[in-house]
Design a protein around this ligand. Structure first.
Ligand code: G6Q
Length: 540
């Protein structure tokens, strides 16, 4: 038995589960009419209603006790203090320093890192000003109109999500695109209608060695030089975001045009480092700082709010309740805002790469479930696609509904309709519709069971006033810290990603074997050998 499952709170929760597994949200709400007002919390401009969860005061007490016994607060403080909690890479985990105010002091190996953070931010802002004002000229003297970020994983998903989320605040005469896939189609389609003389590439790569990104960056350089026909053009059309100055120089980008960050920023936690340069070019330095302020406000809330009113803590613990006691396999994140179209995809990496782990910090194989599958799509589209399974399927899928009280595009009655759907869905999921109610509606008894909604489907509702850079920062930090809370309880390292290595190494080995010329000998299993041979025979 591992340490987690030996904790007294864990064992009490196991017993408590048996008293809760059949309790219906209908009864919980009937027993306490003030539940919907009481089971709420607020922080950094976000309001969380967690009353539609299958919990009682006792459940919450035990979950909070679990957090206490698992040492979550201590681990959180160690992260904020810059301790090297990423033990497999011997690194501090300090994305919170990226949004610390100028006068903060946060030390790594005895050095205050905050001045460096602000030095890079200031350089980014100055560069953004030049691009936005049209004073940074391309090689032929024309101003830059198109920005193409080349990156993948953590160097892509954050910027693309945040750019889409904050498009309303963007300078619209700039075209901003994101190339990530090593499939040449991505680069080809994203550049086909762009004028090379007015295009800036941001090569975003922490390591500057990532196969996909470097392949795309080299092809982008060819595309540019194919038109501008002068190697000197690279200096005006390529900038880099990286921690690896040597590789940046080798690629041909002057380090004067490089924006750095540090090894204590993990890829999937890096969107508010220089990796966010494409976003800053779009929305400008001031709004970018507003985004950082939103992140920081949630950091402070997580760091200081009492556990029972602490949003990341509550969301993390509720997730544990379903994941580890109800056996739920996934969580749906359902933002009711078109601007958040990429939010669930972003969270997939944040959560699944962080907590998709199978050994504890002490190298023990876990004997409990760790990270859930994260998925989702913006509402209301999902309602006409997969919600059927959430309402009437056999799987328990806790959902996060995210909505805003004000729209950025007032067009009555759209926003009221959108939000009516948020409230209607969470109500339907919680309370359902009984057979008696269905029959009372006059439905033929022969088909009535098909019309029954069991209900008791748990949801969180997160409401904010308006989607602003500040709100977005707070929302992202909320999920970052929710992931932290869960990883801390599962006693895993949420900050490495060795699981992506094996495939990378094998791809590096197989790539040269795909050349038919000379037919290099294949030493894989019979399936892989046969697939490679078929590909070799048919590749154009
Ligand atoms: C995230 C991962 C991973 C990383 C990409 C890109 O936490 O580390 O998604 O961001 O592999 O890496 P580079 O930025 O080094 O190109």
């Amino acid at each position: 038995m591992s340490k987690l499952t030996e904790l007294s709170a864990w064992q009490a929760l196991e017993d408590h589960y048996y008293t809760m597994q059949d309790r219906h949200l209908r009864d919980l709400f009937a027993a306490d009419p003030t539940r919907g007002e009481k089971m709420t919390a607020e922080g950094a401009g976000l309001y969380l209603d967690y009353s539609k969860h299958r919990v009682t005061d006792e459940t919450l007490k035990l979950l909070l006790q679990l957090a206490e016994e698992a040492g979550v607060a201590k681990k959180r403080d160690a992260m904020f203090a810059g301790e090297k909690i990423n033990i497999t890479e011997k690194r501090a985990v300090l994305h919170t320093a990226l949004r610390a105010p100028r006068d903060a002091v946060i030390e790594v190996d005895g050095k205050n890192v905050v001045p460096d953070v602000h030095e890079v931010l200031d350089r980014m802002s100055a560069f953004a000003e030049q691009i936005r004002a049209g004073t940074w000229l391309g090689h032929t003297g024309k101003p830059i109109k198109n920005i193409v970020n080349i990156g993948i994983g953590g160097s892509d998903l954050g910027p693309v999500m945040a750019y889409e989320a904050l498009k309303h605040y963007a300078q619209r005469d700039l075209t901003v695109r994101f190339v990530s896939n090593v499939d040449g189609t991505d680069l080809a389609e994203k550049t086909r209608d762009l004028d090379p003389a007015q295009t800036l590439f941001i090569v975003s790569s922490k390591t500057f060695t990532t196969q996909e990104t470097m392949t795309n960056a080299r092809s982008a350089r060819q595309w540019l030089l194919g038109s501008l026909k002068d190697d000197a053009a690279v200096a005006r059309h390529f900038v880099a975001v990286s921690t690896n100055a040597a590789e940046v120089t080798k690629f041909g980008i002057d380090t004067a045009n490089m924006f750095g960050f540090w090894d204590w920023v993990g890829g999937r936690y890096s969107m508010d480092s220089a990796i966010g340069l494409s976003l800053m070019l779009a929305i400008g330095g001031d709004q970018y700082r507003e985004l950082l302020a939103g992140f920081h406000e949630m950091d402070e809330h997580f760091r200081t709010a009492p556990a029972e009113k602490n949003l990341p803590m509550l969301m993390g613990l509720l997730g544990i309740w379903y994941n580890n006691f109800f056996g739920a396999e996934s969580v749906a994140v359902l933002p009711y805002d078109q601007y958040l179209a990429y939010f669930s995809a972003y969270l997939q990496q944040l959560d699944m790469e962080s907590n998709g782990k199978h050994v504890t910090l002490d190298n023990e194989q876990v004997d409990y479930q760790t990270g859930p599958i994260i998925w989702g799509q913006p509402g209301t589209n999902g309602q006409h696609a997969f919600y059927q399974l959430i309402h009437q399927g056999t799987k328990l899928i806790p959902c996060d509904f995210i909505g805003f009280c004000q729209t950025l595009n007032p067009m009555p009655p759209h926003h009221d309709l959108l939000m009516a759907n948020v409230f209607a869905q969470t109500e339907a999921l919680a309370f359902g519709k009984t057979l008696e109610q269905v029959l009372a509606d006059g439905v033929d008894a022969k088909i009535a069971p098909h019309r029954v909604f069991e209900g008791n489907r748990p949801t969180s509702t997160i409401l904010a006033d308006k989607l602003t850079p500040h709100t977005l920062g707070a929302l992202i930090a909320l999920y970052e810290h929710k992931v932290f809370v869960q990883g801390a309880i599962w006693d895993i390292n949420s900050f490495d990603q060795w699981g992506v290595e094996l495939g990378k190494v094998l791809a590096g080995k197989i790539a040269p074997e795909l050349q038919s010329e000379g037919e290099p000998e294949l030493k894989h299993d019979s399936s892989t050998n046969t697939l490679i041979k078929r590909y070799r025979a048919r590749r154009a």
